[in-house]
Every structure is written in structure tokens, then in C-alpha cells.
Design a binder for this molecule. Sequence first.
Ligand code: ZN
Length: 123
Amino acid sequence: MSEGIRIRPRAELGFPDGALVVVTDHARPFPPPADGTPLEVVQPVCHLCGIQHFAKVYHLQLRAGSVIVSAEVWANLRGLAENPFELMNVVAEPPAQGLYPNTDRPAELIEKYAMPILTTRSN
Ligand SMILES: [Zn+2]
């Protein structure tokens, strides 16, 4: 197991613990279907967050106010125009489940785009 990176949302964003933070990288859009059908028509609703995604997306489930990601994911988040997370520390042996999104529906869902849009949804 490679090391993990523990990150937390920037405090000023006010993300509550337990939130599923969805970060969309709009600079990496999904290609449209070859037959010309709009992506909005064919793209399924995400089973993790209930949102249709049209670009590369990261689902980050906060636990005790933080989440552990791979070094690759952290590098991608840092490269966003607006990265809502900040580095806490490096975890030498991260728990396996920390690297993957929880499949349980979160109590609260926050969608945080790379562009300055912030919405909160309740299940
Ligand atoms: Zn999703």
C-alpha cells in the first residue's frame, strides 16, 4: 500500500463533517457521444451522489473532518483553479477504505465545482 495524503476542506468553506464533497474538474470534460446524442441524455445519474457528471469528478467523503486520498488524486486537486482542500499530513499506511468513496448515501451532500459554484443538497 502506497502512502496516503490526508486533506481537509478549507475552513472558510464551512463543510460539515460527514459531508460528501463532490469536486468537478471542468477542464476535463467527458467526450460527447459519437452519434451526436447530447451527453445530458445518455449520462446516467451517479450512484454515489445522485448528480449527472459531465467531467472528471472526485467524491470525497469526510470522516472526522478529513479524507485520505492517493498522491495522484491530491496532485490533481492541487492543480484545479479552485481547490477546496488543504493538506494536513502524509499517512504512511492509510486504511484501504479511506481511499475510496463510501457507497452509503451521505446525510448531506455538498457539490463543490472547480468553478465558483457551491450548492448543498439534502437526501
Ligand atoms: Zn457523483
